[in-house]
Design a protein. Structure first.
Length: 95
């Protein structure tokens, strides 16, 4: 993915995390991102809400394999999950 697209996805994912009250409105991304699971910022209900929001916003499908804890560790892991799903979806459309 090109840099501008990735940055746009990053900002949109962060905005969803803010909208879902996972992150504070004054959150600034520092490259690593806030710990989500270790600091008990999110739980299973939050993850379900985020999945629904990501699927709606980005027109992607998250499967059971995407619910692994490693995809929800911090803000960066969530951004990577969504970015990878969008990239995979675009590759599948070209086939």
């Amino acid at each position: 993915m090109k840099g501008g697209i990735v940055e746009n996805i990053q900002q949109e994912v962060i905005q969803i995390l803010i909208d879902e009250a996972i992150l504070s409105p004054d959150y600034t991304h520092d490259g690593q991102g806030t710990e989500l699971l270790m600091d008990n910022v999110i739980d299973s209900l939050n993850i379900v809400a985020l999945i629904m929001a990501f699927e709606k916003k980005f027109d992607i499908q998250l499967g059971p394999e995407d619910i692994k804890a490693e995809n929800w560790v911090n803000v960066n892991s969530v951004i990577n999950l969504v970015s990878n799903l969008i990239e995979d979806d675009k590759k599948n459309e070209k086939q």
